[in-house]
Design a protein around this ligand. Structure first.
Ligand code: NDP
Length: 285
């Protein structure tokens, strides 16, 4: 039997329409949610991501502004910009598009963002808050995955969740969020011996590696929920996930496609965090 497809595009559309309503309610109360994006250098992929974020903000009635700096800018100039945005009452979310040029100390830049405006949730304080189960903001990509699981009524408590990948932006926070909801969590990395022996026992399998079609049907348990975070550009220009969609969809219970799966959810959750930040300001929290 073929798996139920978790359609990220349509879930994102549904969530974004509720976000637009929340933004409009705030505007009626005199607070327009605002997101500031800082981008350093002219990496084409980063520019595309930033343009997509700006477009999504506009559609959700969120004010956005982009602060662009040349590749050779001094770190101090970027820090000054962040300090000004921290003080700016019209800005509720600040994000720095990563990666930064090599002469930057990314950690220092990220921790200069005010905790209550750190909508990417990369600040060390916010990472710690997530670890202790008291998150200020949930990191956008794993947050999107949690919403997808919820929308499809996929149980988490007591389930075995296997996360492949341990990056700070996907694998680790994903593991913590599933752990928080009562899953038994296993994290696999490039050093894991016999990856399939773990993935085969997963009720929920989240793959965030960056290797096209790493996960094949023989590595998946029948009926599992398979969430493919990977985005890989193939030689012919097509996009592929980390999961071999065609074979795995015949075995899994649920599966996300690439494109059109987790991708559209990430920006959606960024908008969500920005609105959440603005609502907190409006409520004086
Ligand atoms: P990273 O490169 O930071 O991390 C990759 C992880 O995969 C590492 O932990 C690495 O292990 C592990 N890994 C590598 N090879 C293997 C292997 N053969 N078996 C098991 N684990 C392995 O990547 P990101 O987390 O930033 O991104 C992962 C993928 O997700 C990429 O394709 C990226 O484009 C995509 N992505 C998609 C997003 C979306 O919105 N859909 C958002 C963010 C990322 P080790 O630590 O041992 O090196």
């Amino acid at each position: 039997m073929s798996a139920e497809i978790i359609d990220g595009k349509s879930i994102a559309k549904e969530v974004r329409s509720t976000l637009k309503t929340r933004a409009e309610n705030l505007i009626k109360k005199g607070v327009r949610p605002g997101l500031a994006v800082i981008i350093v250098g002219d990496d084409p992929a980063s520019s595309i991501y930033v343009n997509n974020k700006v477009k999504a903000c506009k559609e959700a009635s969120i004010h956005s502004e982009t602060h662009r700096f040349p590749e050779n800018v001094e770190q101090a100039d970027v820090l000054r910009c962040i300090h000004e945005l921290n003080e700016n009452p019209h800005i509720h979310g600040i994000l720095v598009q990563l990666p930064l040029p090599r002469h930057f100390e990314s950690g220092k830049v990220i921790t200069s963002i005010a905790i209550e405006k750190d909508v990417d949730s990369f600040h060390l304080y916010n990472v710690g808050a997530l670890v202790t189960g008291s998150a200020v903001f949930l990191p956008c990509t794993p947050y999107g995955v949690m919403i997808m699981l919820e929308k499809h009524g996929i149980p988490i408590e007591g389930q075995h969740a296997v996360i492949v990948g341990r990056s700070n932006i996907v694998g680790k926070p994903m593991s913590l969020m599933l752990l928080e909801k009562g899953a038994t969590v296993t994290i696999c990395t490039s050093k894991t011996r016999d990856l399939a022996s773990y993935t085969k026992s997963a009720d929920i399998l989240v793959v965030a590696v960056g290797k096209p079609r790493l996960i094949t049907a023989d590595m998946v348990k029948t009926g599992a929920a398979v969430i493919d975070v990977g985005i890989n550009r193939l030689a012919d220009g097509a996009l592929a996930g980390d999961v071999d969609f065609e074979s795995v969809k015949e075995k899994a219970g649920y599966i996300t496609p690439v494109p059109g799966g987790v991708g559209p959810m990430t920006i959606t959750m960024l908008l969500c965090n920005t609105i959440e930040a603005a609502e907190r300001t409006q409520a004086g929290i």
